[in-house]
Design a protein around this ligand. Structure first.
Ligand code: NI
Length: 165
């Protein structure tokens, strides 16, 4: 078990696009550290670039704060389908501590990914699980919640965070 440091915005690493994970790469140690760091934070999702690792992998567990753990690790995740219906949810981020940002996203997404055993997986996520999966996938593309806001809302959110000019 190892806890790693979580980078905070505006660390430029959080704005980088991550590299695909090769089929011969063993990420088990990285993924174990990501879960440890996420649960310790405590958070419900964590992406590799938040620990300074520019690989397309994230972990999430949207149930553990209220019940049993349901850990999911997604390597090279993709969105196969997005619902037409949208939802707006106040989103926190371990890299933007202390600030919730209202982000509008599709209410449901079908995703495909490789799990930590190398198995190909596909599932549809709704509600908060859909929010979390899309939020973490954004991190792999160098996108944080602030980037999802219109300019005025972004200025207000950055001011609340304390980084507005
Ligand atoms: Ni985040």
């Amino acid at each position: 078990m190892a806890l790693r440091k979580i980078l905070t915005w505006p660390d430029p690493t959080l704005s980088r696009v991550c590299d695909p994970v090769g089929s011969d790469e063993d990420l088990s140690a990285l993924i174990a550290d990501m879960f440890d760091t996420m649960y310790d934070a405590p958070g419900r999702g964590l992406a590799a670039p938040q620990m300074g690792v520019l690989k397309r992998v994230f972990v999430m567990d949207v149930t553990w704060k209220a019940g049993p753990r349901t850990p999911i690790a997604m390597i090279n995740p993709q969105i196969l389908d997005r619902s037409a219906e949208a939802q707006t949810t106040p989103e926190g981020c371990l890299s933007i501590p202390g600030v919730l940002v209202d982000v509008t996203r599709p209410e449901a997404v079908t995703m495909a990914w490789t799990d930590e055993t190398g198995a190909l997986c596909e599932d549809r996520f709704t509600g908060f699980a859909a929010v979390c999966a899309q939020h973490e996938l954004d991190h792999l593309d160098g996108i944080v919640t602030f980037d999802r806001l219109a300019p005025e809302a972004r200025r207000a959110a950055e001011a609340a965070y304390g980084t507005a000019p």
